[in-house]
Write a protein that binds this ligand. Sequence first.
Ligand SMILES: [Mg+2]
Ligand SMILES: [Zn+2]
Length: 186
Amino acid sequence: MESIPVIFLDRDGVINKPAKPHEYITTWPDFVMLPGVYEALRLFHGNGYKIFIVTNQRCIARGLASREEIDALHRIMTEDFASHDCFVDGIFICPHGDNDGCDCRKPKPGLLLQVQNHLEGSEGVTVDKSRSWMIGDSKTDEQAGINYGVNTVLIGGESSSVNDGMKHLAANDILDSARKILEGRN
Ligand SMILES: [Mg+2]
Ligand SMILES: [Zn+2]
């Protein structure tokens, strides 16, 4: 099976301004796009990556938003991307809470595995882990990438030094991440 490079993106704090602690972004009026997102998405696609959002949305388990509301928000986000000549290849959500015992809530690697299964099942390609990256703004995202076995970029923090043969970088935002990833290719 052919292997392709994939960018896994956290949502809150990478694509949009994060909510205040213990609050959630569930509607478009509360969704504030961060600078550099459109350009970063175009850069990744222009360089042969597929892009998937992998996001924990515990607000669903807590009953603060329905799955339908979150899906509706993501449809508007997708339209907004399109109006700026960019897109993502898919959005994968963990709707569970801490005590649900699911295998997809980051730092578990389940959402990234779901993306891999989707690519293998629907496109007949798999993830080239050595050329793929998880980009997030929390240690939870970085750890999910490490647990799955890809390179990582931690936005706004200090990257971990893990001796797993992958790169673990830090960056200021998604566009800075894109530039660092593309610069470091060989
Ligand atoms: Mg985040
Ligand atoms: Zn889950």
